[in-house]
Design a protein around this ligand. Structure first.
Ligand code: FES
Length: 179
């Protein structure tokens, strides 16, 4: 008689079932990338790359999320993120503006928004105004294509932006903080 196969397995726990508490859809993009790579630790660079595309830069919250997902020490993730030049850490400005340049947003004017900020504030993606008030970043799809062109101001996603609206807002940041 064939011996009874032991089939008792621990119930499969859903990896990363705990979505990011902020409900920010960009963390979903990270979940998908990590899952597609079967949470392999050697997919770290690819995952960080995706994170930078989605967020425009890497901040500690994001690094922590990736470290948990891939079960890596934060120090390792932080080390890789700071070692490679292709990664940008949280910009130094008092305010951050991430303009989405993914296909949907670009087609609807994302590129014009960046140009307007370059002209009016004199900074390109990756740069901070000399007064230290505004950092401009670019992202490639922040997971909100339905509200294109999208931008993220200090972590809050804003829909259907125009060059005028974005420039006005950024100039207000400069004014308010200079008062
Ligand atoms: S392309 Fe901008 S949110 Fe997807």
């Amino acid at each position: 008689m064939p011996s009874k196969e032991v089939t008792s397995q621990a119930p499969k726990t859903k990896k990363n079932a705990s979505a990011h508490p902020s409900g920010d859809k960009r963390f979903k993009v990270l979940d998908i990338t990590m899952k597609r790579n079967q949470y392999r630790q050697d997919s770290l660079i690819e995952v960080l790359h995706k994170a930078q595309e989605a967020f425009g830069y890497l901040e500690e919250d994001v690094l922590l999320y990736v470290a948990r997902g891939l079960k890596l020490p934060l120090s390792r993730v932080y080390g890789v993120a700071t070692f490679y030049h292709l990664f940008t850490m949280k910009p130094s400005g008092a305010h951050t503006c991430v303009v989405c340049l993914g296909t949907a947003c670009y087609v609807k004017g994302g590129g014009e928004i960046v140009k307007a900020v370059e002209n009016e504030l004199g900074i390109s993606p990756g740069e901070t105004t000399p007064d230290g008030q505004v950092s401009l970043m670019a992202a490639r799809c922040i997971g909100a294509c339905g509200i294109a062109p999208a931008a993220v101001f200090d972590g809050t996603v804003a829909s259907k932006q125009t060059p005028e609206v974005v420039v006005k807002r950024l100039k207000e940041y400069q004014k308010t903080d200079a008062d």
